[in-house]
Design a protein around this ligand. Structure first.
Ligand SMILES: Cc1ncc(COP(=O)(O)O)c(C=O)c1O
Length: 379
């Protein structure tokens, strides 16, 4: 449709730099700080940058000392470093389902096998601990959680994280918690009850964060790992991570010099994104409430929402019909391995007017509106 010049509303847009936010033109000025002209390699990251990340955790009410912060070029980089740290070829990590499709590639590229455990929906999403127990094997080295999860929007509750930590402690395996969306609560008060990796004390836990989401700056390439757990395991892990990071040294010096300022100024972008995703989530819930055959699944946070729709046809056919006839692009649930059909995943990032238009098109299909109506109305 792009090739044919046919316009459509893209409700899969998840690139914050293309969603109409006001980035101050000088936001990246600190990347040209002359202090970055000197190269002083530090495997776990420059001390000042690690202190800045530690201070950013403190702002969120979390205690992560700078010595327990490891800088990375991105979250994907962090996963790769941690798989190298924790697993030998053929070892296994447990990944949630439904979740982020990139895990298939991230694990295989480090010769690790991903085994799934289920998230179950009953009004809210929760870990199915029976499925998690079944997925554990003698080769399991870590359990991944994404909180809030992409695309279900579910936070891991504090009680769930404690239960998971007890399992990991007993089996001497680690928790890897992807918290990149942690500051994007969609409903008031939900984040108060969430579990953060930094609070885990009895098992080795790694919390992942980065500027991609927290400051809407994926192109800047700065992420981090917060290491938590028993002192001996943390220190041993850090020592080994230092060797791995020293082998690649993938975090650029300019971004480390700029880290403190980017973290501070990123708050302005973060609040724009947070307002946008909350507003769009509210619109989606209001609009879907008027369509009895569809429902929005409860999401606590993040940049996505899931709409459950009737299964009259395959998700693939439905998504193609929505695109070609109604002019709206959404992701099918199967991209994220939902246990059944039919689910549609929408990004909450698009500008409000486009989002409203896209939601109307999506729902128009289920209320029997003629596609022709939407063909002639473009935002
Ligand atoms: C759950 C999750 N983790 C990590 C990332 C990517 O982060 P990074 O750009 O730091 O690799 C994404 C991006 O969509 C994501 O959805």
């Amino acid at each position: 449709m792009r090739g044919a010049g046919r316009p459509f509303v893209d409700l899969t847009e998840s690139n914050p730099t293309r969603a109409g936010f006001a980035y101050p033109p000088d936001l990246l000025a600190s990347l040209s700080d002359p202090r970055a002209l000197e190269y002083c390699p530090a495997p776990l990251g420059a001390a000042a940058a690690r202190r800045a990340v530690s201070a950013d955790y403190r702002r969120q009410g979390l205690d992560v000392p700078p010595e327990r912060v490891v800088l990375t070029a991105s979250t994907s980089d962090a996963y790769s470093l941690l798989f190298k740290l924790l697993a030998d070829a053929g070892d296994e990590v447990l990944v949630p389902r439904p979740s982020y499709p990139l895990f298939d590639h991230l694990t295989r590229l480090d010769l690790v096998a991903a085994r799934s455990y289920e998230l179950e929906y009953h009004g809210r999403w929760a870990i199915d601990f029976d499925s998690l127990q079944r997925a554990l094997s003698p080769r399991t080295r870590a359990v991944l959680v994404v909180s809030p999860n992409n695309p279900t929007g579910s936070f891991i509750a504090r009680g769930e994280l404690e239960r998971l930590a007890a399992i990991c402690e007993e089996r001497h395996i680690a928790i890897i918690a992807d918290e990149v969306f942690a500051e994007y609560a969609l409903e008031p008060d939900v984040a108060a009850a969430d579990g953060r990796a930094a609070c885990v004390q009895n098992a080795l836990a790694f919390g992942l964060g980065g500027l991609s989401k927290s400051a809407g700056l994926p192109q800047v390439k700065l992420g981090w790992i917060a290491v938590a757990g028993p002192e001996r395991l943390v220190n041993d892990g850090l020592k080994r991570l230092e060797l791995i990071c020293d082998t690649y040294l993938s975090v650029s010096t300019p971004v480390q010099v700029a880290a403190a300022e980017l973290l501070t100024r990123g708050a302005g972008i973060r609040s724009q994104i947070a307002d946008r995703v909350r507003a769009n989530y509210r619109v989606l819930k209001e609009d879907v409430a008027l369509v009895p055959s569809c429902r929005v699944l409860g999401a606590d946070g993040g940049w996505y929402a899931v709409v459950q729709v009737p299964s009259f046809e395959l998700e693939e056919d439905l998504v193609l019909r929505l695109l070609t006839e109604y002019g709206v692009l959404v992701h099918p649930g199967y991209f994220f391995d939902f246990a059944s059909e039919s689910f549609l995943v929408v990004s909450l990032l698009p500008p409000e007017a486009a989002f409203r238009d896209g939601a109307a098109r999506l729902l128009g299909h289920f209320t029997g509106d003629s596609p022709g109506f939407y063909r002639n109305h473009h935002h």
